[in-house]
Design a protein around this ligand. Structure first.
Ligand code: AMP
Length: 262
């Protein structure tokens, strides 16, 4: 496996399967790499803690970074390239003034709570797609709204990344149900049991009971909703629905979601 920092060195790998990450890799990320591997294409994994998607009060400085260990993990599941660009390589000039997909501009859920977040995500992902020029990209359903936003971004940009397909990979959880996240590393033992409330809340069939479970676990709820799985607007009869939650434990923000049985 090669570790590359310069955009030009990726030219031979155009047409790859691409997994963008911010590093601090765990089994959730590794499942994305395995999914990418199944395509039979060379697999490029990017590791870039994107300053554009952190609001000033968020954890950019504290965000866990360990490139050496990440490279070992990526290699262990068959990644061919780790692309670890500097901020200067990613943003040689001011970040693109990208036209955001509709679902990221009608503030709801994540963009209501983190108004500048999806702009930052789209700017980085667009730049990465331009550099890497993959034919397949894998995103985790753990960040369900992000997956929908990127899917729309690809559709909206049309010829810019022609024939690029996106795969949504299932959420990987610890044995007790907690969705894996790089931010779980911040949790104390007590907070970790409180955090299980997120997963438990996703088994409810009403928003009211979701709120009660989150509250019982001492979680500060940002949203706990049941929505249409495609639009994230109010559910429509006979259409797939998704339960989505976001909650805080002190400074730690956790999200989770699940498909609801029809
Ligand atoms: P991040 O490094 O947090 O930006 O995540 C990079 C990618 O890994 C995103 O597509 C996430 O949705 C995905 N991901 C993170 N945690 C999980 C998980 N527990 N299961 C599946 N995918 C995940």
């Amino acid at each position: 496996m090669e570790v590359i920092a310069n955009a030009d060195e990726l030219i031979p790998f155009r047409g790859c399967a691409f997994v963008p990450t911010m590093g601090a890799l765990h089994d959730g990320h590794l499942s994305l790499i395995r999914e990418a591997k199944k395509t039979g294409k060379p697999v490029v994994v990017s590791i870039f803690v994107n300053p554009e998607q952190f609001a000033p009060e968020e954890d950019l400085e504290k965000y866990p970074r360990n490139l050496e260990q990440d490279c070992e993990f990526a290699k262990s599941v068959g990644a061919d390239i780790v692309f670890a660009p500097s901020v200067e390589t990613m943003y040689p000039s001011a970040p693109e003034n990208i036209c955001l997909p509709k679902s990221a501009t009608q503030p709801q859920l994540e963009d209501a709570c983190r108004p500048t977040h999806f702009r930052g995500v789209c700017v980085a992902v667009a730049r990465l797609f331009d550099i890497v020029q993959p034919v397949v990209t894998v995103f985790g359903l753990k960040d369900y709204q992000q997956y929908l936003v990127i899917k729309q971004l690809i559709a909206q940009e049309g010829k810019r990344w022609e024939n690029l397909k996106i795969i949504g990979a299932e959420i990987i959880r610890d044995a007790d149900g907690l969705a894996m996240s790089s931010r779980n590393a911040y949790l104390t033992t007590d907070q970790r049991s409180q955090a299980l409330g997120l997963h438990k809340a996703l088994h409810c069939t009403s928003e009211q009971s979701m709120l009660e479970i989150l509250d019982d676990h001492g979680l500060e709820v940002e949203y706990a909703v049941i929505r249409d799985a495609q639009t994230l607007l109010s559910p429509i009869d006979n259409k797939p629905t998704r339960a989505l939650v976001a909650a805080r434990l002190g400074h730690i923000r956790l999200i989770d979601n699940a498909e609801l049985p029809t």
